[in-house]
Write a protein that binds this ligand. Structure first.
Ligand code: ATP
Length: 204
């Protein structure tokens, strides 16, 4: 199973240490050769939230991983514009990989029970291996809701893809709320990201 590439998509509004800690843990567990963070342009489930500009979210991911050569960032979803359909990103990467090279998509434990609502969910689940990082508050996700959109075999594969990663109770919602309330976000996000949020007056 060694040598694969994992894509980690998200709104990263903003990126925080929860994202980075689970990314590292998954990379080690799967013995990956590459891990690519992919900020979404226009997340279908996040309309109406306090969503920073894509350029700012991308810049913050770049700052967060600046000293970590193993992590990459891709602006493919931002360049594509429109709704960020994961399947399109997966198809793009799949077409560039060598045959037999493993392709993973990383999600958190809160997201797994929503997978059946994703565009072309059945194909998506077959195109890659979905890896789910456990998230505090979502330890035992209800996978029964995924059927009948997904087959029993697909749901079973998703269940086997749940990894015991460190539980980090940080969310971007909480980071934004703290900024809006004038509370410190030090230690929740990388220092360079904290400085960027302050300088650009995001989430006030
Ligand atoms: P928000 O609070 O704005 O909904 P978020 O903190 O969930 O944001 P996203 O950018 O939406 O962050 O997350 C991208 C992916 O990372 C999602 O699949 C989400 O489940 C996962 N994720 C985010 N934070 C954590 C965490 N602390 N532990 C495990 N998974 C996480």
């Amino acid at each position: 199973m060694a040598g694969g590439v994992a894509l980690f998509g998200g709104s990263f509004n903003p990126i925080h240490h929860g994202h980075l800690i689970i990314a590292r843990a998954v990379a080690e567990r799967l013995d990956l050769v590459r891990l690519v963070l992919i900020p979404s342009a226009n997340p279908p489930h996040k309309v109406g939230q306090d969503l920073a500009d894509a350029a700012d979210r991308l810049a913050m991911v770049r700052l967060a991983i600046a000293d970590e050569p193993f992590f990459e960032v891709s602006d493919t979803e931002i360049r594509r514009r429109g709704t960020s359909y994961t399947i399109l990103t997966l198809e793009e990467y799949r077409s560039r990989l060598a045959p037999g090279e493993d392709l993973y998509w990383i999600i958190g434990g809160d997201t797994i029970s929503e997978l059946h609502t994703w565009y072309r969910a059945r194909e998506l689940v077959d195109l890659c291996r979905i890896v789910t990082a456990v998230r505090p508050g979502f330890e035992t996700p209800d996978l029964s809701v995924l059927q009948p959109t997904l087959s029993a075999a697909q749901v079973e594969r998703l269940r086997r893809g749940i990894l015991e990663t460190p539980r980090v109770d940080i969310s971007a919602t909480d980071v934004r709320r703290r900024v809006a309330e004038g509370l410190s976000i030090r230690f929740l996000v990388p220092e360079a990201v904290r400085e960027y949020i302050e300088r650009k007056e995001l989430y006030r």
